[in-house]
Design a binder for this molecule. Structure first.
Ligand code: MG
Length: 227
């Protein structure tokens, strides 16, 4: 059965989160008197990934995840700053800019004419709403779901159940979950028994325990799958 319903992740799938993040981190750290080198960014990334995976596995709350990533980064680099204030500053900077992944805007323009698109994003409502607005992507989607507003995060079944119940003519066999993250997007698709498309622009290796139906490294590869 051809796919009709496409569930798209946002960050590093549609919008270039890495660029937005790098800018927001540099501005935030400058506010706290820390020069942002590649080494410091690497430390932050390590803690950011660690705490997001703890959140995805329901070991930490959203607040714990967001604040601990900065608390542990600052501890390791020997900097001082209240993690609550650091996180707030970061979210404000992050909400201000947007950059597209290569070809993503053109892809949305084309595929939104033939398919029903839904945006599914793990993130903070304040930050994501502003980024969606400034990038103008909401017009391509029949529904937009941000985990903080939903009250559950990808890949949980609660998050996907909330999304599915808002799609009037949901049919799992006609749905494709699309995203760059194995642990939130692909795992989430696997949890609801839908097919998955791994958008993997950075050529990361596939890890055990994830069922990927398709893998593409650029949006040019989408048309073959949707034919
Ligand atoms: Mg993503």
């Amino acid at each position: 059965m051809p796919y009709r319903i496409l569930l798209f992740d946002c960050d590093n799938t549609i919008l270039d989160f890495n660029t937005a993040e790098r800018n927001a981190i540099a501005q935030t750290f400058a506010d706290f008197g820390i020069p942002c080198s590649d080494d410091i960014l690497k430390v932050y990334h390590r803690y950011n990934i660690k705490h997001w995976e703890l959140l995805e596995n329901k070991i930490e709350t959203r607040r714990q995840c967001l604040e601990k990533r900065f608390a542990e980064t600052f501890l390791e680099i020997g900097a001082k700053g209240d993690p609550v204030k650091v996180n707030k500053s970061y979210e404000i900077y992050l909400s201000r800019g947007h950059w597209f992944m290569p070809g993503a805007e053109e892809m949305l323009e084309r595929v939104s004419k033939t398919h029903d698109l839904y945006l599914i994003s793990n993130g903070n409502q304040f930050v994501q709403e502003r980024r969606f607005k400034s990038s103008g992507i909401t017009k391509y989607f029949k529904g937009v779901f941000v985990s903080e507003a939903v009250g559950a995060d990808k890949p949980s079944k609660e998050f996907f159940d909330a999304v599915i119940s808002s799609i009037p003519d949901w049919n799992r066999e006609e749905a494709l979950v699309i995203g760059d993250s194995l642990t939130s997007d692909i795992k989430g698709g696997n949890n609801i028994g839908a097919d998955t498309l791994w958008y993997n622009p950075f050529g990361l290796p596939l890890r055990d325990g994830f069922r990927v139906n398709y893998e593409i490294s650029s949006w040019d590869g989408l048309w073959e799958i949707l034919r």
